[in-house]
Structure formats: structure tokens, C-alpha cells
Design a protein around this ligand. Structure first.
Ligand SMILES: C[S@@+](CC[C@H](N)C(=O)[O-])C[C@H]1O[C@@H](n2cnc3c(N)ncnc32)[C@H](O)[C@@H]1O
Length: 213
């Protein structure tokens, strides 16, 4: 059931509403397209940037960073909000290395804190609070990551989670894989709890934007 959920013409239309990116970011998008690396893409990236600007975010923690594309959107917001820090956390040393090159070229070297390791454990060991936390780790770990995230996010902070439509697998009742079950469970936890005001925004593969009450 891995067909695109959003019709291509609609996704193209929404992506084309995003203002032109710097050549370095455009190159990252082209690279992801070529290699099939799963970046958040322009429309969801711009949504992350917009939320971070609206919130005035100065401390952002990213779980499951890649080669720095989503990080670049958060870093841009934090820079424009007056400066602060964005945690780039991934367990692949090579991706961390590539991210350092891209994010330095974009002028964000002073803002990013790089960690190579398991993201939830790194968050557990990092002093909060954060204004915004972005989650893009392996989907089977989504539900279990929530208590740590809730603990480190300030009241009035925002959690953004990617892939909450999980390529449509959530709609397949026969799919009981740990990843799909975990996406379903996190959706329920965020949308059924009085502790969160959460909306699933159906851009690309679905992004949940959750405000911590
Ligand atoms: C979907 S990609 C990240 C894309 C990135 N957020 C972007 O849009 O540019 C997720 C990355 O996080 C790594 N990852 C997955 N689970 C992780 C975890 N629990 N801790 C650290 N890294 C993790 C994966 O190996 C992969 O490189």
C-alpha cells in the first residue's frame, strides 16, 4: 500500500508555493531525489520553519536527523528568531559528517549541536527545556519516545512528528507491524490526551503538529 497518498499534482502545487531555497538547500533536495534518501521535503520543511518562527523557538531538538535538510529549516528559523541552538542527532557518523558540511555552507555552524548516537537516549541525557522538538526516528520507536519528549518540551512548546500517514499503511487493518502499530499508537496518544492540542496535517507523508498544553 505504498502508493502516494497525496495526488502528485496537489503535492507539486503545494511544493511550488514554497519560496525558492538557497542553492545549497536546493542541492540537498536534488541529492535526496537522486539517492532516494527520505528527507522531509520542501512543503513539510517550510511548515517546520513556519511553526518555529511563529513560536519564536530558540532551542530545538531534532530526533533522527539525516544529512541536515530538516535541520537547515529549523536553523534558519532559530537564526531569524535571534539565535539559539538546534540539536542534530543521528546514529550514522557519515550523515553527521555530511550535515556539518551542508550546514556550515549555509552559515549555521554556530547554531548546530551535533551528536552521533541514539536520539531518544541523547534527548534523555540533554538538559531541557526545548521550545520545539522534531521527531523523525525509526517509526517502531515513535510511541515509546513520547514520555521523554514530553518531559523535555516546555509548556507551550511544540512537537512536530513526520510520517504520521506512514505511506497509507495505517489504513491497512492487516498491517500489525511494530512500525505501523507505533505510528497508530503515537497518533492516539497525541490526539486523545488533554495534554496536547494536535493536528495531523496531510502534507507529503503527514505531519503531526502538537502543542503542549
Ligand atoms: C527519515 S531520516 C531523517 C531525515 C531528516 N529528518 C530530514 O528530513 O532531512 C531518519 C534518519 O535518522 C536515523 N535514525 C532512525 N532512528 C534513529 C534513532 N533512534 N536514533 C538516531 N538516529 C536514528 C536513520 O538512520 C536516518 O538516517
Amino acid at each position: 500500500m505504498d502508493k502516494p497518498l497525496i495526488p502528485q499534482y496537489l503535492m507539486d502545487y503545494i511544493n511550488n508555493l514554497v519560496p525558492p531555497r538557497l542553492p545549497e538547500m536546493q542541492a540537498m533536495e536534488d541529492d535526496a531525489e537522486k539517492t532516494g534518501f527520505p528527507i522531509i521535503g520542501p512543503a513539510s520543511g517550510y511548515l517546520c520553519y513556519q511553526v518555529a518562527r511563529m513560536l519564536g523557538a530558540r532551542r530545538v531538538f531534532e530526533l533522527g536527523s539525516g544529512f541536515g535538510y530538516s535541520t537547515a529549516w529549523f536553523a534558519r528559523a532559530v537564526a531569524e528568531n535571534g539565535g539559539g541552538e538546534v540539536y542534530h542527532v543521528v546514529w550514522d557518523g557519515e550523515l553527521s559528517r555530511q550535515a556539518r558540511i551542508h550546514l556550515a555552507a549555509l552559515g549555521y555552524a554556530d547554531i548546530i549541536r551535533y551528536h552521533v548516537g541514539e536520539a531518544v537516549q541523547t534527548l534523555r541525557e540533554t538538559a531541557g527545556p526545548f521550545d520545539l522538538i522534531f521527531n523523525d526516528i525509526n517509526k517502531e520507536d515513535y510511541a515509546d519516545s513520547l514520555p521523554v519528549i514530553a518531559d523535555k518540551l516546555r509548556r507551550g512548546g511544540v512537537l512536530i512528528v513526520d510520517n504520521m500517514l506512514w505511506h497509507g499503511r495505517i489504513f491497512d487493518a492487516k498491517d500489525k507491524t511494530p512500525a505501523t502499530q507505533s505510528v497508530r499508537k503515537l497518533t492516539e496518544l497525541l490526539t486523545r490526551s488533554p495534554d496536547w492540542i494536535a493536528t495531523l496535517v496531510p502534507v507529503r507523508d503527514g505531519v503531526i503538529v502538537a502543542y503542549k498544553v
